[in-house]
Design a binder for this molecule. Structure first.
Ligand code: ZN
Length: 322
C-alpha cells in the first residue's frame, strides 16, 4: 500500500496578458494576489500566485503570463481539462450572478457525482468550475477581497485530466500516488486520495484530440502536497520504483519541488507545505513588491526593466454583509 497525498498544492497555467490575468483572479474571482515573482526557469517572465489570505497550499492557482505575443496553447490529451474550486453550499446563486455580471458565460449548474457544478472560462480560455457543497474546507478568508468572506473560493476540489487512454494514468494514481477509484459517470472516472482529504479528487476523461500543446490558455502542471522533504524523498523513491523519471528536489523558495510526467502526458509536481509565502514578505505585504529569489537579487534592475508593464489589480473590499 503506497502512502497517499493529502491533496493538491497548486495548479500552474500559462496566461497571456499579466494585467488581464491579475484583474480576473483578484477583481472577479476575489482571490488574494499572494506573490509577484518571476519564473525561476525563465527570469524575464512573471510568475503570479493567487490564493487565500495566506496562500495556503491547496488554494493557489499560479500563472506564467507569456504576454500578448506568446504562443497560444492547444487543448488535447496530456492536459488538465478543468480546475475546480469548492464554494460554500449556499453560494451558487451569488457566483452565477457575479460571473454573469462580469460578462462571463456560465455553463450549468449540472449534477455530477451528486454534486452541483458550474463551469466557465478565464479570459485566456482556461476552464474553471465551482462545486457547491456543505463539506467545503474553511480556508482562510481574505478580508480585503471584493468577494465577501462567506462566498469566497475555498480551495481546490478537483482537477479533470484529459488523456488518450485512461488506464496508464489511472495505474500511476492508484499504484504510485495512493489514489483509489471511486466512481464512473458519463465517461468520467473519479479517483480520490486514500488519505481522504477534501481537495484531492482527480477525474480522468478520455479525449481523441491528439496530444495537446502547451501555451497560453493551458495548464502547465498540477502539484500535490508533501509535508516536508523527508516525505518528498519517499515519494521520489516510490515513483522511481514505478519506472517514472523524477527530478531532484528543486528549491522554489516558497516550497521545495519534485516533478515527473505521468504516462498520459500530464506534468505532476509534489511540493512541500513550507516554508510558505511569508518567507520573504510579511503577511500584509504579500503580492505587493516584486519578490526575487536570492540568486537573482543582483539582477533585479535588469529583470525589472525587461518585465512587461504591469499595474496590478485594483482591490475594493466587499461591503460588510449584514
Ligand atoms: Zn508548480
Amino acid at each position: 500500500m503506497s502512502p497517499a497525498t493529502s491533496g493538491f498544492h497548486h495548479v500552474t497555467a500559462i496566461a497571456g496578458d499579466p494585467q488581464q490575468t491579475a484583474e480576473f483572479y483578484v477583481e472577479t474571482l476575489g482571490l488574494r494576489f499572494v506573490k509577484k515573482t518571476v519564473n525561476h526557469d525563465s527570469k524575464y517572465t512573471y510568475h503570479f500566485y493567487f490564493g487565500d489570505r495566506e496562500g495556503t497550499p491547496g488554494t493557489n492557482i499560479t500563472f506564467f503570463p507569456w504576454g500578448e505575443h506568446g504562443r497560444s496553447g492547444q487543448f488535447g490529451d496530456g492536459q488538465t481539462r478543468t480546475t475546480t474550486y469548492f464554494i460554500p453550499e449556499g453560494s451558487l446563486d451569488y457566483w452565477r450572478d457575479r460571473l454573469e455580471s462580469h460578462d462571463i458565460d456560465v455553463d450549468g449548474p449540472i449534477e455530477r457525482f451528486g454534486e452541483t457544478v458550474v463551469t466557465f472560462d478565464d479570459p485566456d480560455g482556461i476552464t474553471l468550475a465551482l462545486v457547491a457543497t456543505d463539506d467545503a474546507p474553511n480556508g482562510q478568508p481574505w478580508d480585503e477581497s471584493p468577494v465577501p468572506p462567506g462566498h469566497q473560493l475555498r480551495g481546490f476540489h478537483s482537477v479533470t485530466l484529459a488523456v488518450g487512454d485512461i488506464e496508464p494514468t489511472a495505474d500511476v494514481l492508484t499504484d504510485a500516488l495512493g489514489y483509489e477509484f471511486e466512481a464512473e459517470e458519463n465517461g468520467r472516472y473519479r479517483y480520490r486520495s486514500a488519505a481522504g482529504a477534501p481537495g484531492s479528487i482527480v477525474d480522468l476523461v478520455e479525449t481523441d484530440h491528439g496530444r495537446g500543446q502547451i501555451g497560453i490558455g493551458t495548464v502547465h502542471h498540477v502539484a500535490y502536497q508533501a509535508e516536508d522533504t523527508d516525505e518528498q524523498e519517499r515519494w521520489r523513491k516510490q515513483l522511481s520504483e514505478h519506472g517514472l523519471r523524477v527530478t531532484d528536489i528543486i528549491d522554489r523558495v516558497y516550497f521545495k519541488s519534485i516533478y515527473f510526467r505521468e504516462p498520459g502526458g500530464v506534468l505532476f509536481e509534489i511540493a512541500t507545505m513550507g516554508p510558505g509565502f511569508t518567507v520573504d514578505q510579511s503577511q500584509d505585504e504579500l503580492g505587493t513588491d516584486l519578490a526575487l529569489p536570492e540568486w537573482l537579487e543582483n539582477e533585479r534592475n535588469e529583470i525589472e526593466s525587461r518585465l512587461p508593464s504591469f499595474e496590478g489589480p485594483s482591490v475594493e473590499p466587499a461591503p460588510d454583509e449584514d
